[in-house]
Design a protein around this ligand. Structure first.
Ligand code: OOG
Ligand code: NI
Length: 468
């Protein structure tokens, strides 16, 4: 029997999620149209970009979503979801503590981890686990815990198919299609709250996010995020199409050499909810949680580069309070100015060891190798045009940006200060395995590309002067 590659299951799943979300959140459909228009216009203005995307096989999948996000209530749910995503070749990478930003969750990203899988379908899910221990009111905490303990977020058939996958090591096409249909049910919006309006209100008063996680049947997908080639243009275009964007674009400023991740979103929409009161009578209410986001990705930074990024960003945040009236233009200016100290050309970023790169042998290099005419250092190979390097795309998230995305959809909410800091060990125990280290993955991809390129040049195993 023919077995399906996890990459193909992920592709099926992300398409199904997209169709479902477009039907559920009409503004998201408008956002997708906007993105497609901005991308078309950017490609028209920049034929070189078009050629390079074409060469990389990126053009066809340009307007596909790159990520989504969910919020889970318990350790058991997180562990179960890990098994679901594993079927689709998505593994937990990175740990993000958001409690420092006043958000009672910690998170990871389930994503493909090798080059080929990322190329085929880069879809990933930012998954947060609610930290009930951060609810101060003991009674409310106990109530929320009991509500969550009673719910089952996976369908019985989804659980069976996950076990089948684990037993067989793969699924047949028929099983894969059924798995995607069943898994989709976990993330579907359901406007029937599992709690009374009165309970919802108390949870909501503790934190909007707590109400969002605890009051419903499962972890509804709360946004999907397509890729844009020009996030500044997309941000400017949103109000023109009746979409209210968040105040500022998160992440680094616009640069010649794009780094890490820039993101913006539109404000969550109010959706009607049916609450059931104690006597079984339905009461109409509303909930705001679901939104749309866009992202533009750049190069992955090394720990050294990332440290500089974090420090520069922190200095911007100290100087300008985002969200205070009139501060948005100041913020953008401050950000651009402070980041001027970070080199903005690929050669310097590489030479200083600030970003990760993928190396490849050039045609000239392969010809020179045939004539046995190659220098014996990486730097000289590059200088002679025998070895080329391209930035490795950042595939992960940024905690400060994620906090900004969360917060833009919790507006009106008082700032919460949660004293307790990160608790990675608790998160990993809930998950049932350690999260993978993103820097490790980039470093390995870089090394593998360099080894392969040197092999191609006949220099494999030859002692060379090192890269940086
Ligand atoms: C997740 C917010 C973070 C991102 O892209 O950084 C996020 C959420 O709202 O659940 O999606
Ligand atoms: Ni997001």
């Amino acid at each position: 029997m023919k077995h399906v590659d996890p990459d193909d299951i992920r592709m099926l799943f992300s398409r199904a999620m997209s169709d479902m979300y477009r039907a559920e959140v009409p503004q998201y459909d408008v956002l997708l149209e906007l993105i497609a228009d901005v991308n078309d216009e950017t490609l028209r203005r920049d034929p070189d970009l078009k050629t390079s995307l074409e060469r990389a096989g990126e053009l066809d999948r340009l307007n596909l979503e790159r990520h989504g996000a969910i919020r889970l209530g318990t350790a058991q749910e997180l562990a179960a979801i890990r098994r679901v995503f594993a079927v689709m070749g998505m593994h937990p990478v990175g740990y993000y503590d958001l409690s420092v930003a006043g958000i009672p969750v910690h998170s990871t990203a389930f994503r493909p981890i090798n080059d080929e899988s990322l190329r085929r379908s880069p879809f990933r899910v930012f998954a947060s686990l609610l930290r009930l221990e951060l609810i101060e009111d003991e009674g409310l905490r106990a109530e929320a815990t009991a509500i969550l303990a009673a719910r089952r977020i996976l369908t019985p058939r989804a659980i069976e198919l996950v076990s089948t996958y684990e037993r067989q090591g793969s699924l047949t096409m028929e099983q894969a299609e059924e798995f995607v249909r069943e898994a989709l049910e976990t993330f579907r919006w359901n406007g029937e709250a599992t709690v009374a309006a009165e309970t919802y209100n108390r949870l909501n008063d503790a934190h909007r996010l707590i109400a969002d996680v605890v009051s419903f049947k499962g972890p509804h997908i709360n946004h999907l995020t397509p890729r844009t080639l020009d996030i500044d243009a997309a941000q400017a275009e949103m109000p023109k199409r009746g979409i209210a964007p968040k105040a500022v674009i998160e992440g680094p400023p616009r640069r010649k050499c794009a780094i890490l991740l820039r993101q913006t979103s539109f404000k969550a929409l109010e959706e009607s909810v049916a609450f059931k009161n104690a006597t079984g009578v339905t009461v109409a209410g509303a909930h705001t949680a679901r939104f749309g986001e866009i992202e533009q990705r750049g190069a992955a930074l090394t720990p050294k580069g990332r440290k500089i990024y974090d420090e520069l960003l922190a200095s911007v945040h100290r100087a300008v309070q985002v969200g205070s009236s009139g501060a948005n233009a100041d913020y953008a200016m401050e950000l651009a100015q402070r980041f001027e100290t970070l080199p903005d050309d690929w050669s310097t970023l590489r030479a200083q060891g600030l970003a990760f790169f993928r190396y490849s042998a050039t045609t000239a290099g392969i010809e020179a190798a045939r004539r046995d005419n190659l220098p014996r250092s990486i730097e000289a190979l590059i200088a002679n045009g025998f070895l080329r390097f391209d930035p490795i795309v950042y595939e992960d998230f940024l905690p400060v940006s994620a906090a900004g995305i969360f917060q833009s959809n919790l507006d009106g909410d008082a700032q919460h200060g949660y004293g307790e800091g990160a608790n990675r060990a608790v998160f990993e125990e809930a998950l049932g395995q350690p999260v993978l280290d993103e820097c490790d993955l980039y470093a390995r991809a870089e090394k593998a590309s360099l080894d392969a390129a040197l092999d191609e040049l006949g220099l494999g195993g030859v002692a060379l002067k090192s890269i940086v």
